[in-house]
Design a protein around this ligand. Structure first.
Ligand code: S3P
Length: 191
């Protein structure tokens, strides 16, 4: 009896790499790296926090305080739905956006997902003088960073690309991601 060998081989669904989504913890440098990456690839930069702030006419902190985190997460999900239909975008995502499984599924359909990985100490150094992150406003931000990072790490680590940024400057990180993206685009079904 003729058997088709191909039929028994599980086929990996082809991924479409039309966009790049940068994920990672607050303060890992997604907006800055996104800026350089968009320059290199001549893509449009979409910074999800900024778009939401512009549309709402208020800062993320105010949205959290006045409407609640749940409302903010719904705005993120709507925006992901919108941008996933587009091409040629670098998405600098808010640090919690990728935690929503629906956002992950949608982003994976259109984008290479690159996570910027920074240690809690690096993050703390970068955010200690800033006050615009509602989730890090408690009395012991370093402890909170460690807690949240540990909780989120399994999801962040699911990215196609995990890039350590403790010892890399943003332009170097951007170049690295651009090269990986261009290679992945030439390899059907990768990574
Ligand atoms: C958040 C990260 C923030 C912003 C909001 C919530 C998070 O963005 O979306 O404060 O849950 O990690 P950045 O990662 O750009 O700081």
């Amino acid at each position: 009896m003729a058997t088709s060998r191909e039929e028994s081989v599980p086929l990996r669904p082809a991924r479409e790499f039309r966009n790049i989504a940068l994920t990672g913890f607050m303060g890992s440098g997604k907006s800055t790296v996104g800026f350089f990456l968009a320059e290199i690839l001549r893509f449009e930069l979409v910074d999800t926090d900024k778009v939401i702030e512009e549309r709402q006419g208020r800062r993320v902190t105010e949205i959290f305080a006045e409407m609640g985190e749940h409302a903010f997460r719904a705005m993120e999900a709507d925006l992901v739905g919108e941008v996933s239909r587009r091409s040629g975008l670098v998405l600098a995502t808010g640090g919690g956006l990728i935690l929503n499984p629906a956002n992950r599924t949608r982003l994976r359909q259109s984008a290479l997902i690159a996570c910027l990985w920074a240690s809690p100490e690096t993050i703390f150094e970068r955010v200690r003088t800033q006050s615009h992150r509602p989730l890090l406003r408690g009395p012991d931000p370093l402890h909170r960073i460690r807690e949240l990072l540990e909780e989120r790490a399994p999801v962040y680590r699911e990215a196609d690309l995990l890039v350590g940024v403790d010892f890399r400057h943003p332009p170097e990180t951007a170049r690295f991601i651009a090269d990986a993206f261009l290679t992945a685009r030439q390899t059907p079904g990768s990574p």
